[in-house]
Ligand binder design. Structure first.
Ligand code: PLP
Length: 405
């Protein structure tokens, strides 16, 4: 009998955030068990809604958005993104340097497929948003993880980056602000990374999807704004800042030393043409979304929902004996550390399953973010403070009696 197996291309691809623990949670839910889900960064199910203006705009433009667009996107969207680049001080961006995508996800796949030959290496942060590692592997490349250091606000460890560069390294990936740590990188650190890229002739991918979700008056700096002589691709989108993850609305911007990347850009254009275009109703709202008043800021100020949820989760986690966490400066994730000796944790996926089965709380274990040890997990703090209080109460009870077997 002929059977069908997954392609060998998928053999090294790891994408644990939607893996066996989530499957178990879904089985539990299907059998009627209520699971507190702190695992996916999707604002809409937690009572967040897009700004009304954005919804109205989509309805208004829907009739005119039925056909394919230019493969890179409609003019008004790309113009608005170009103006956003001006605000972010990314130099020298023309309409032609901008591509819309079905979320940043599609573009992460595109930029890695377009660049990598078997054996090429890309520096990827650990912990990371795991689609980067997965897509590098899928494209035949080798993800080489550099450490982000919890002792230094989860900033990338510059010496570790330097030590991992080989003659096969083509690029470095930055996720800034970071998922899962919530770190925002200061300008001085970004300058050091630019200097490394310059010296070793690497290109830079910067995933900045959380750049409009920063707390405490911190100003986000796009690394591309500091690297006019390095080829950069900056990725961004509306899934998080406008709470419309389901609309699949993202973009990428090429900047810096484009003359060094002519062949690669040809490849990107081909891949962009091959997917015809990103969804056009999603593109049609970009101009409205990026222009004018940014209502997301209200969530991020003291008294605002996401701000207060961050305060709550940060204090509650640090109050649980055996747990500690760095305060997130952006996004809506926290990445606590567990005292593995105290709880005898050797396997973080088993910990996640034990917690799920015992307390009906779903988190994502650190390995899902390509973190090396079994000592971390990620909480999405999008649920209300009331829900978070329930969840942290259960976590406290769980850890009070946990000793992994
Ligand atoms: N990049 C990061 C760092 C993310 O956290 C996510 C989603 O969680 C994405 C990209 C994907 O976003 P999109 O909805 O635009 O595909």
């Amino acid at each position: 009998m002929r059977t069908f197996q997954k392609s060998s291309k998928l053999e090294n691809v790891c994408y644990d955030v939607r893996g066996p623990v989530l499957d178990e949670a879904n089985r539990m839910q299907e059998s009627g068990i209520d699971v507190l889900k702190l695992n996916i960064g999707n604002p809409a199910p937690f009572g967040f809604s897009a700004p009304e203006e954005v919804i109205l705009d989509m309805i208004y433009t829907l009739r005119d958005s039925q056909g394919y667009s230019d493969s890179k996107g409609i003019f008004s969207a790309r113009k608005a993104i170009m103006q956003y680049c001006q605000i972010k001080k990314i130099p020298n961006v023309t309409i032609n340097d901008i591509y819309t995508g079905n979320g940043v996800s599609e573009l992460i796949n595109m930029v890695t497929q377009g660049l990598l030959d078997n054996g090429d290496e890309i520096l990827v942060p650990s912990p990371d948003y795991p689609l980067w590692t997965g897509c590098v592997s899928l494209a035949g490349g080798t993800p080489v993880h550099y450490i982000c250091d919890e002792q230094s606000e989860w900033y990338p460890d510059i010496e570790d980056i330097k030590s991992k560069i080989t003659d096969k390294t083509k690029a470095i990936v930055l996720i800034n602000p970071n998922n899962p740590t919530g770190a925002v990188y200061p300008k001085e650190l970004l300058l050091e990374i630019v200097e490394i890229a310059r010296e070793h002739e690497l290109m830079i991918f910067s995933d900045e999807i959380y750049d409009r979700l920063v707390f405490d008056g911190i100003e986000h700096t796009s690394i591309a704004s500091l690297a006019p002589d390095v080829f950069c691709i900056t990725l961004n989108g509306l899934s998080k800042s406008h709470m419309i993850a389901g609309f699949r609305c993202g973009w990428m911007v090429l900047s810096g030393a484009k003359e060094k990347a002519k062949g690669y850009i040809e490849g990107l254009n081909m891949l962009s043409n091959m997917r015809l275009c990103s969804n056009v109703p999603g593109q049609a709202i970009i101009q409205t979304a990026l222009g004018g008043y940014q209502s997301v800021n209200e969530y991020l100020m003291p008294g605002g929902r996401i701000y207060e949820q961050r305060e709550y989760i940060y204090n509650a986690i640090n109050d649980i004996p055996g747990l500690s966490a760095v305060k997130p400066k952006a996004a809506f994730y926290i990445f606590p550390k567990m005292d593995t000796k105290k709880f005898n944790i050797l396997d973080d996926e088993k910990f996640a399953l034990d917690l799920l089965k015992e307390k009906k709380v779903l988190i994502t274990h650190g390995k899902g973010f390509n973190w090396g040890g079994p000592d971390h997990f990620r909480i999405v703090y999008l649920p209300s403070v009331e829900e978070l209080r329930k969840a942290t109460g259960k976590l406290r009870d769980f850890f009070a009696g946990y000793h992994q077997k």
